[in-house]
Design a protein around this ligand. Sequence first.
Ligand code: SF4
Length: 177
Amino acid sequence: MFDLKKYRKKSPWILHYNAGSCNGCDIEILASLAPKYDLERFGVINTGNPKQSDIFLVTGPVTYRSRERLVELYTQMPEPKVVIAVGSCSCTGGVFRDMVNVEDGVDRYIPVDVYVAGCATSPELIIDGVVKALEILEQKTKEMEKPLKLFREATLENSIVNRRHTALKVGEKDEEN
Ligand code: SF4
């Protein structure tokens, strides 16, 4: 049977969101996708749909107005997913940190897997970050695909089968035994 998950690493779709940047890092993302740097050679496609995206590229500090949309987009992306904070503002708030209406770096609101520094950052660093994100995406995919097993025998309580069986992923700790 054709297993789509197997090919996720070879055709990751990205979602790009500007949470409040000056556009400097956004231009670098576009440059990394353009023919000179050609991030598409890794199978990457920039999509505008969070429901079809594997990698979330976020630029800029999180602002008071963008924070809800940031979390909403992240929530709409299917698992497994990887978040890349692109540029110093996205990593820490950068030059906008502590300014009015600026909240913080992206990891204050959603978990970040890869931090790409620089103001502005560069296509080379973004490509490095995406390659790192692909490794993390593969690890997360494997983690999700670990087989489930029932680890307790069925037991009888007052002649009734105790159905408190819990499915654990292989390697997870059995709290009761
Ligand atoms: S890191 Fe620099 S270039 Fe990038 S969004 Fe912030 S101020 Fe702009």
